[in-house]
Design a protein around this ligand. Structure first.
Ligand code: SAH
Length: 387
């Protein structure tokens, strides 16, 4: 059997979707390959600890997105865009997505006809329902459904909500998001809560976090707990430290660190994320943390200029990695330890190269499998200042 046929047998849309590059490998093989790749990349810096995998690597995604459209006979279809195109490939269930979320999406598709809701047609601009996004609080069981519509007016909205809740009483909130633009972004700016509180909450490492339709939240909750625990182990906090959580998103890592630190600063560029971070800190009654809306590089530069002292720097930059401005300023401030969390080991080693030239060495590192069946690797590194 060819590789393509093997993949096709495991998942009928594997070739068109392209999301699970390693769907045809056993989980042991996947972990072995990820571990080997990571060892190779890290070779100049540090010998990695054993890769942290999942016990049950399926259905881990807590955020599920389906695009809606019509087939030639104008029947509603829902699924994913074919890789690098705008053709919709129908999907009812997926190996890595939360199963309840998949079921809810199929139910919504089934309700459309009787409510005379037409899926949106990208070519003609007719129709109402563009996407459905489902987010699940893994540890709380709360479920949010976001209906992305092309117009703010949804006919028989209340009855639709009633019918959906009858099929899925486990849904805790439903939000209408209006996206009337010709764009590849899924969510628009306008939102209307049509059932429940408009967000869900989830717990991580003993704290509660708010997840709004648009806020960033790690997609694999089981592995996220392991990732954050590792970051805290590397940070080695005793309760006396000043800590910076750079690229902090909704403040998860900094808040977990705040329990064992004197004070924590968080910096993040996205306004919505900072708003969520502030409300998360309040929700968890944390008083030794402050969040700043700023570019992390600029913020660090200001800290360096003001000669502020910092004991531990936690950083979790986006895929592209950090900037030279940030890394140079970090070296200038010279925290005792840097804990670097990365979703892209290639940009990680590029940044390690600079930091090791500027007086740091990599003491420990580990890969964590956040995205089974894909070729993506997440990593944590501990850097320590040379004396
Ligand atoms: N640490 C968080 C989020 C990590 S994702 C968590 O684990 O949940 C990376 C974050 O970096 C995103 O929230 C993104 O908005 C932010 N970001 C990207 N570029 C940035 C920059 N130049 N300055 C500050 N934050 C930035």
């Amino acid at each position: 059997m060819s590789e393509k046929e093997t993949k096709q047998k495991i998942c009928p849309v594997a070739a068109k979707c392209g999301g699970c590059q390693w769907i045809n490998k056993s989980y042991e093989e996947q972990l072995k390959s990820k571990s080997q790749n990571f060892h190779k990349l890290m070779e100049p810096y540090c010998r990695p600890e054993a890769i942290i995998g999942m016990e049950d690597p399926k259905h881990y995604r807590n955020k599920v997105h389906a695009v809606f459209g019509e087939d030639k006979r104008h029947n509603a279809i829902s699924g994913i865009y074919e890789e690098r195109s705008h053709r919709i490939v129908p999907v009812d269930s997926c190996l890595i997505e939360n199963q309840k979320a998949d079921e809810i999406i199929v139910s919504i598709r089934g309700l459309l006809k009787s409510f005379k809701i037409r899926p949106y047609n990208e070519d003609t601009g007719f129709g109402l329902l563009r996407h459905v996004l489902v987010r699940v609080g893994f540890f709380t069981g709360e479920i949010m459904v976001v209906l992305v519509l092309s117009s703010p007016i949804m006919p028989s909205k209340n009855n639709f909500v009633k019918a959906l809740l009858k099929l899925h009483p486990e849904i805790t909130t439903i939000v209408v998001n209006v996206n009337d633009r010709d764009t590849s972004m899924i969510l628009g700016e306008r939102e209307q809560v049509i059932y429940g509180k408009g967000y869900i909450e989830d717990r991580l490492c003993g704290m509660t976090f708010r997840i709004s339709p648009r806020s960033f939240y790690q997609v694999n909750p089981i592995q996220t707990e392991k990732l954050y625990a590792k970051a805290m182990e590397y940070a080695g906090l005793t309760g006396r430290e000043t800590v910076l959580d750079a690229y902090c998103g909704t403040g998860t890592i900094g808040m977990i660190a705040s329990r064992n630190a004197a004070r924590v600063l968080g910096v993040e560029l996205n306004k919505d994320a900072v708003r969520d971070a502030v409300s998360n800190a309040k929700r968890n009654q944390i008083s030794n943390i402050r969040f700043y809306l700023n570019d992390a590089g600029k913020f660090l530069l200001e800290m360096a200029e003001e000669k502020m002292s910092l004991d531990v720097l936690l950083m979790d930059p986006p895929r592209s990695g950090s900037s030279e401005e940030f890394l140079n300023a970090a070296a200038k401030i010279a925290p005792e330890r840097i804990v670097y969390i990365s979703c892209n080991p290639v940009s990680l080693v590029r940044d390690l190269k600079l930091l090791t030239k500027k007086g740091y060495r990599t003491l420990r590192c580990v890969a964590i499998d956040m995205f089974p069946y894909t070729d993506a690797v997440e990593a944590v590194c501990l850097l320590s200042k040379l004396r």
